[in-house]
Design a protein around this ligand. Structure first.
Ligand code: ADP
Ligand code: MG
Length: 294
């Protein structure tokens, strides 16, 4: 292992090696031998059916697992150069920001306004006033909540509250943003608003890990995918490679994008020689060329 190896390894913002974990009350391990890495600027989609371990994995990145939950823990998780097991949730807060599925879980419950809610984490960490003001305004603007600064967090729509949750995380300028099914609780408009913010973050080069079971929503901007089943990694690699294994996804109850599934059917049943699209946009391009209208 020379210097070259070290340089390559050092590009990874997140390194997970053989992570194995059980909650104190679990009979069995809920994560087993999970390994992956995420490089700076990459977006990793964590896929898997309910109960496959997506949320537990998210919580292992910001240290809630094991520091808050306890339990049996093996392997290694390193985020922004910090080993989670040897660190603390407070120290990890500036390395990794976790956005929960339900935005209400993210609210401090102590802030009376949107502005104060975004400032809360920064105040707890003792940032100077001017820095807090600057970061709060920047984060609120980024997620599109400008004008709502004085509103109570609990008077927001679901989509607004989830964008507020994202702003509270962004204000800390974490090296990695982890989102655990961030649109699962939202109505279609809220979902659209939140996905737009996440997509903007992704396009602007943020390092993102997003757990999601509706693949279609993340296929637009994810680079890699990790498929979990019963706490084990069933597939891992470039998004396209994971999604083209339509049968594997379906065997564990995960729906591939419909355009990928249709293409798979044409390839398998009709012997067509086609590239696999993962978004509608790609499908339009591939199929237009096929029928000679491009
Ligand atoms: P997913 O997010 O993919 O639905 P989870 O990580 O929430 O999966 O759950 C993985 C497994 O861990 C499930 O069997 C679930 O019942 C269990 N689990 C989740 N949270 C806890 C907890 N706090 N204590 C004990 N078991 C838990
Ligand atoms: Mg979950």
């Amino acid at each position: 292992m020379g210097l070259g190896w070290w340089l390559v390894a050092s590009e990874s913002v997140v390194v997970v090696e053989n992570l194995t974990y059980a909650y104190p009350t679990s009979k069995d391990f809920v994560l087993r031998d999970v390994s992956f890495d995420v490089k700076r600027g990459e977006v990793l989609a964590v896929l898997g059916p309910n109960g496959s371990g997506k949320s537990t994995l998210c919580k292992s990145l910001n240290g809630l697992v094991p520091h808050f939950y306890g339990g049996r823990y093996g392997g290694r998780v390193v985020v922004g150069g910090e080993e989670v097991l040897k660190s603390s949730v407070a120290k990890l807060a500036t390395k990794v920001g976790l956005v929960f599925q339900d935005p209400e879980d993210q609210m401090s419950g102590l802030a009376l306004t949107v502005w104060e809610e975004v400032a809360f984490g920064l105040m707890m960490l003792g940032y100077p006033r001017e820095e807090i003001v600057r970061r709060v305004e920047e984060a609120i603007e980024y997620v599109g909540l400008k004008g709502l600064e004085k509103r109570s967090p609990f008077e927001l729509s679901g989509g607004q509250m989830q964008r507020l949750a994202i702003a509270t995380v962004l204000a800390l300028k974490p090296e990695v943003v982890v989102l655990d099914e961030p649109t699962a609780q939202l109505d279609p408009i809220g979902k659209f608003e939140v996905l737009a913010v996440i997509e903007k973050l992704a396009r602007e080069g943020s390092t993102i890990i997003i757990a999601e079971h509706e693949i279609e929503d993340v296929a637009y901007f994810a680079d890699k995918a990790l498929l979990l089943h019963n706490g084990r990694v069933l597939a891992y690699g470039p998004l396209r490679n994971v999604l083209r294994d339509v049968e594997k996804l379906k065997s564990v109850g995960v729906d591939p994008p419909s355009v990928t599934e249709l293409t798979h059917y044409l390839v398998k049943e009709l012997g067509a020689d086609l590239e696999y699209p993962v978004t509608l946009e790609e499908a339009v391009k591939i199929y237009s060329e096929l029928v000679g209208v491009a």
